[in-house]
Design a protein around this ligand. Structure first.
Ligand code: SF4
Length: 304
């Protein structure tokens, strides 16, 4: 039997760096134009106040954030090896602000010899050519990869409107081309389970991303979490709608994985919804069961 192939992030990192690499979440202090009134005040309908980074550390100088993040990770690890880290600017829109100031924060992160990758979460409508060129300079100066993570969620403009994303697909396309032309890596976030999207719609998003040229570097596949304090959460509490069962999620996920190019690194196949504010689906809070069931579904989908 051949196990269904997809390139997981941990396999990719081990292949490139020869060891496990850990992620530390950092904050740049940026806001989000979809929250501060520039585009809208409500934010994306699924996004909680934490700006899609509910587990991130409090705002401190980057150097201190790195020390805290590394200490936290290393407290759980054996002290035998020198650990390597991804500095992940996760919450809100981390290229939304003064380019020089932000570049100096990113520089500070890359300067740390334990940090081997810089990952920046942002929106495709908030990355200027100047920012791209400065990030490329950093990537070359330190000879460390710079990843740009774009929260696309779906290629359907109808979905973009319903979730109040605030930009059309054409903006993503343009930014994708500019980022890839510069030599930076792009990781796209996709949400599986919007109640108005069926399996066909979701697979169309994956097909679209799979056909991108140059090939997409990475993808995060994430179950839709309905959270307290979000517009989607309010809608759900007012009038509950169908959320995916674990079995439905696994079935769609396997089809998505099969469509992806073998070079695209799969950074995530589910997602950790912050349990304290999770409304639905409640099964997603049982991480162990979720991962076991997903692994089982992948095994069943393997070629015989
Ligand atoms: S762009 Fe990101 S941070 Fe801003 S509202 Fe949407 S999901 Fe939240």
């Amino acid at each position: 039997m051949r196990y269904m192939y997809y390139l997981s992030l941990s396999d990719y990192l081990k292949r490139i760096y020869g060891q496990k690499v850990y992620k530390i979440s950092l904050q740049s202090g940026c806001s989000c134009p979809n929250r501060d009134g520039t585009i809208s005040r409500g934010g994306c309908s699924f996004c909680s106040e934490g700006g899609s980074g509910d587990f991130a550390a409090p705002l401190l100088p980057v150097k201190e954030q790195i020390e805290i993040g590394i200490k936290r990770v290393e407290a759980k690890l054996p002290k035998v090896t020198e650990h390597k880290f991804i500095a992940y600017f996760q919450s809100y829109t981390n290229t939304y602000g003064d380019t020089a100031k932000l570049i100096s924060l990113f520089d500070e992160a890359l300067r740390d010899p334990r940090v081997i990758i810089l990952s920046i979460g942002t929106r495709p409508d908030c990355i200027s050519d100047e920012m791209i060129s400065e990030l490329k300079k950093l990537q070359d100066r330190y000879d460390k990869k710079v990843w740009i993570e774009l929260g696309l969620q779906s290629v359907h403009d109808e979905t973009a409107k319903r979730i109040n994303r605030g930009y059309p697909l054409s903006v993503f396309d343009d930014t994708y081309k500019r980022l890839k032309a510069s030599g930076l890596s792009v990781i796209v976030h996709v949400i599986i389970g919007f109640p108005w999207e069926d399996e066909k719609d979701i697979l169309e998003t994956i097909q679209y991303l799979s056909a991108l040229t140059p090939v997409l570097d990475g993808i995060k596949l994430q179950l839709l979490h309905i959270l307290k304090g979000t517009r989607l959460g309010e809608e759900y509490e007012r009038e509950p709608f169908h959320v995916l069962t674990l079995e439905e999620y696994c079935s769609i996920l396997v089809k998505c994985l099969k469509l992806l190019p073998s070079e695209t690194v799969v950074h995530r196949i589910t997602g950790d919804g912050p349990k304290k504010i999770l409304i639905a689906p409640l099964w997603s809070g049982d991480k162990k069961r979720v991962l076991n069931t997903i692994n089982q579904a992948i095994k069943l989908a393997s070629d015989t």
